[in-house]
Design a protein around this ligand. Structure first.
Ligand SMILES: [Zn+2]
Length: 263
């Protein structure tokens, strides 16, 4: 059986104001974002949500060819205002991971690191996206580093974040994303116990149907990536020899993974 590998793109902000170099952090211009989405459209790609991909993996089915996933971490306001109209032009839907305790506020978890404070979508914005076919996923209550929390606190952050989103949106959510890509040997199990069906990391790589649904790799898209940069990350970087091996079983102890994404 041919085993298709598909990209799960990891975005944060699209078109947030840039007044200094720190504002470029995990921020991408609307023009670059449109170029990237237009390329997928012209190549005949269809978008899937992360939950769709996990369904294929769990069913042991090959992932559909020419498909990809667009994810946004943290739920920035610019995602609803700038990215979603662009996606609508091409008929694509995305998955957005929401920090339940800060919906309608700002990325307060970045304040200590002096990173730009950027508005986050409110519940009404998230409901609108859901009506457009987007998936809303969990990203904890307060965006902690889960690898550093005691077990009870980590479980509470994961579960309460899920319950709050479900109460507000009046539906079950299925996908999770580890804040800052940080987790330890126990975290994927806590995510599963909370009732999520899959989770993504910031490990670089393409997703195949053989992967652990709680440790899905992604392709991070950064400020300077135009179309060429994105294709480089998709086509070249996932195959570099120093790539971390895929881990298929929760029984294998996982080392703490420190990502180069700090948000
Ligand atoms: Zn985040």
């Amino acid at each position: 059986m041919i085993n298709n590998a598909i990209p799960v793109l990891a975005y944060h902000k699209v078109g947030a104001p840039v007044t200094s170099s720190t504002d470029r952090f995990l921020n991408i211009s609307p023009a670059n974002f449109r170029r990237q989405m237009s390329a997928f459209y012209r190549l005949g790609f269809s978008s899937l949500t992360l939950a769709n991909v996990v369904e294929y993996i769990r069913a042991g089915k090959t992932l559909p060819p020419r498909s990809f996933v667009i994810t946004f971490d943290d739920g920035y306001d610019c995602v609803g205002k700038v990215a979603s109209p662009i996606l609508q032009e091409f008929g694509f839907q995305a998955t957005v991971f929401v920090v339940s305790g800060e919906v309608g506020g700002v990325n307060i978890w970045d304040r200590a690191a002096n990173k730009p404070q950027v508005p986050l979508m409110n519940w009404s914005d998230l409901k609108n996206l859901e009506c457009m076919g987007w998936e809303i996923g969990g990203h904890t209550v307060s965006h902690p580093h889960l690898d550093k929390l005691d077990d009870a606190s980590a479980r509470a952050e994961i579960l309460l974040g899920k319950l709050e989103i479900e109460e507000q949106l009046n539906r079950k959510i299925r996908s999770f994303c580890y804040p800052a890509g940080l987790f330890n040997a126990s975290t994927p199990e806590f995510v599963r116990d909370a009732g999520f069906s899959g989770a993504c990391t910031v490990r670089t790589g393409m997703v195949t149907s053989h992967q652990d649904p709680f440790l899905l790799p992604r392709i991070k898209v950064a400020y300077k990536d135009g179309l060429i940069g994105l294709l480089y990350r998709m086509l070249l970087r996932p195959s570099l020899p120093n790539m971390r091996p895929n881990r298929r079983s929760h029984r294998i102890p996982l080392p703490v993974y420190n990502s180069n994404i700090t948000k």
